[in-house]
Design a protein around this ligand. Structure first.
Ligand SMILES: [Zn+2]
Length: 156
């Protein structure tokens, strides 16, 4: 399970909308194994943004900076996020062909234009891609706010 706060989801949506009509991308920093909690979001430049709106390559400078920033902390780079300007939040054929690092979580945000032609994040889904098995696994998502509610004990 992937746990994100509403604020983290909103910052991914904002960065993805800003990158539209190209794909936006960035990294997810977090902790935990069975329940993976996102602690930070990073936004990266998409090096392929001028080569079509169906692909991304995360700027490696941001990846190196992320790896440096988690050294000696309980955090790690748990995955990355990118957007699909066609509104889909499912991995594309291009994504499957580039699915290195099978332990990484792929968070995909679908962006579509609203009635005024402005980009809007319309859906967000988390996946794990296993190229060897040729399969995509859905990763359940929950907001940190919902988890906090579930853990709270309300007076009866
Ligand atoms: Zn994609």
């Amino acid at each position: 399970m992937l746990v994100l706060s509403a604020e983290q989801m909103a910052s991914i949506a904002t960065a993805a909308e800003a990158a539209w009509p190209a794909e936006g991308c960035g990294l997810l920093i977090g902790k935990g194994r069975r329940v993976v909690t996102v602690t930070r979001i990073m936004v990266a430049d998409n090096l392929l943004k001028t080569q079509g709106n169906d692909r991304f390559e995360l700027d490696p400078v941001v990846r190196f900076a992320a790896e440096r920033s988690v050294r000696g902390t309980g955090e790690r780079v748990i995955g990355h996020w990118h957007s699909h300007p066609d509104g889909s939040a499912k991995p594309s054929a291009t994504d499957l062909a580039q699915a290195w690092e099978p332990e990484m979580i792929w968070l995909i945000v679908g962006i579509a234009a609203d009635g005024d032609g402005r980009p809007q994040a319309i859906q967000m889904q988390a996946h794990r891609l296993d190229r060897e098995a040729g399969k995509i696994f859905a990763v359940r998502m929950e907001t940190a706010e919902k988890r906090a509610c579930q853990g709270a004990v309300f007076p009866t």
